[in-house]
Design a protein around this ligand. Structure first.
Ligand code: SF4
Length: 249
């Protein structure tokens, strides 16, 4: 089976139905505050709409927000502050924006408020971390905006090595260009979340159309080695990095 090109007009946007997401899993409350995104990226299924939900009753001190573009709400700053004022069982509530923040929609006030109101990332042990996610799906020439975004996050209090950057692979941005983006993340010291286009749909019979299987796997390895190098602070010691990472990085 061939991958389906999501060209304008052919895309089947995600058809939302049903109620606002709000449930508890393993002690973490998963909620939805807003649906839709203005950007209409050709590789994405999110519809170009904006539906805001009331903030549900908070019933855990750990909350994941699974909006695709949380900041695409006119009153995003108020929503951040409202969520930040919530307590559960006399404890302040910590948050994670699962889909990350949109670097096009931030400024220093928003990043400061996100940090102040405990929007971060939960690690595997469900411990809140001073990191946040954002996507760099498009071209290398967004590097200056990405660099500004990182500066704002660091100024707000976030730790670079705990932040994660979504990067789209197996799409029209070529492997060499994705590798150059990864090189910049090396220099800046941020982790990468490699999003292999259409792989997430779990269809193992898909034949890659833009990248070949070897490229997909090589890039996947590079991303995982890159994240290990960030965790173990290997990039600071080039000899050690070469010894551990060999030719792949
Ligand atoms: S910015 Fe993200 S959520 Fe919005 S359309 Fe693009 S990929 Fe989808």
């Amino acid at each position: 089976m061939k991958q389906t090109r999501l060209v304008i007009g052919e895309r089947k946007r995600f058809a939302y139905s049903g109620e606002q997401t709000n449930y508890i899993k393993d002690g973490i409350q998963i909620i939805e505050t807003h649906r839709g995104c203005p950007h209409n990226c050709p590789f994405c299924f999110e519809p170009q709409l904006s539906i805001q939900f009331p903030i549900p009753k908070i019933i855990s001190d750990k909350v994941e927000i699974n909006d695709m573009n949380f900041l695409w709400q006119l009153n995003a700053l108020d929503r951040i502050q409202e969520l930040g004022s919530k307590t559960y069982d006399n404890k302040l509530v910590n948050y994670e924006l699962v889909g990350g923040i949109d670097f096009r929609l931030i400024n220093q006030d928003i990043t400061d408020e996100l940090f102040k109101n405990r929007f971060g990332i939960f690690n595997k042990e469900q411990k809140w971390q001073k990191g946040i996610r954002f996507a760099w799906d498009w071209h290398l020439d967004d590097q200056y905006k990405i660099k500004d975004c990182i500066k704002m996050l660091v100024k707000a209090g976030y730790k670079k090595d705990l932040c994660e950057v979504f990067m789209l692979s197996n799409w029209k941005i070529s492997k060499p260009e994705c590798e150059m983006k990864l090189d910049l993340l090396k220099v800046w010291g941020l982790r990468v979340c490699n999003c292999v286009w259409l792989r997430e749909l779990g269809n193992s019979t898909i034949i890659p159309e833009f990248w070949n299987e070897k490229e997909i796997n090589l890039f996947k390895n590079k991303c995982s080695l890159h994240n290990q190098a960030i965790s173990f602070k290997l990039y600071a010691d080039l000899k050690r990095a070469k010894r551990y990472l060999g030719k792949l990085i």
